[in-house]
Design a protein around this ligand. Sequence first.
Ligand code: CTP
Ligand code: MG
Length: 397
Amino acid sequence: MTQNVRTPKIWTVILAAGAGHRFGTPEELPKQFQQLGDPNGAKQSVLDWAVTTATGVSDGVVVTIAPDMRDVVGFDATNIQIIDGGVLRSDSVRNALAVIGDDVELILIHDAARPLATPDTYERVINALKDGADAVVPIVDIPDTLRHRHPQEATIDKATAHDGIIQDSTVDRSTLVAVQTPQGFRANIIREAHASSDDATDDATLVERLGYKITMVDGDRLGTKVTHQSDLRFLNAQLAPAHAGIRIGHGYDSHAFSDDPSRKLILGGVTFESERGLAGHSDADVIAHAVTDALLAAANLPDIGQMFPDTDPVFKDANSLELLSQATQAVESVGWSPVNASVTVVLDAPRIAPMREKMSQILSEAVGAPVTVTGKSTEGTGAAVGVTAHAVALVTQ
Ligand code: CTP
Ligand code: MG
């Protein structure tokens, strides 16, 4: 193994030989081989996460895997020892103990299904052993109210809740804790506990049966076990950056007034009769164009000029709302949906205030999300030779 040998020498067993029945993906790989974390980042399975943390704090790591999974799982085993697991969890532990040398004094046992157990939790377990504990378990409190229910009731139907729950059976939560892994043991004690063929859902239970004292240290909610699909979703959410799934885009457009008296002024889909129109290949609706570019930018797509080239006769006098709708579809086709857009149009005349609501309604319909229109005059800071618009759009996955 690559680490410097610690004193005392520490090895970690990672249990990854279960079938994951409660996770329930019979056609897919069991839960410990499911992907966890950034889908665009390095592909890491639940097991990979567990192994990475364990190798950081141990002199050696043994991973138990079901024999029929050995070929299915491409696992980088340079730094660890992979062995066959057994039918029961305790069988898997026994197989692992058999390959750990007698010179190892402290043995940690960890569920692969707890991929985000923190290095701090490992450290607390190890320090308690170094301080002389026989067996150490990380614990967390139980935030939910607990009740007994009739054992035969698999689920509790809301309508018949009283048939499932035993009346007045709330459990005193203050005396209860949830026990996690990694659990740590003096090697001779865990070997003694597994000398018989008993099974338990954790190793401390077997040690306790022999009369040894179990020391409790703080665990961490991140050390929760992937049991059901929702547990994996929860852990994925913990790893996702806060901004994942949201993007912003900015768009800008500007058109000069046209000398062509037949050109109409169209802004935000509204035609301003008897106003001087804007020059352009399409209908020159700067507001619709700015919103279109903001959406395309948010979805990291080519801009309006690339998507609807003005050299293409198809787009001659094109209805910009139609282009906005097509751009929205393009955004959606790459997995994003518009949340909202905001556009500011800069012009001195005509006043757009009376038409703001109408524009907003037309643009919102094209985008399928609220589009707010704000009007600004140039306040004499620029020669009013045309109309400009600036837009931002937010999209979500
Ligand atoms: N485990 C193991 N060998 C077994 C049974 C379980 O190595 N014979 C491992 C699992 O892979 C898991 C850990 O022990 O990492 C905790 O067990 P659990 O959460 O119960 O996993 P499964 O037994 O796979 O799931 P289920 O009980 O839902 O079938
Ligand atoms: Mg199990």
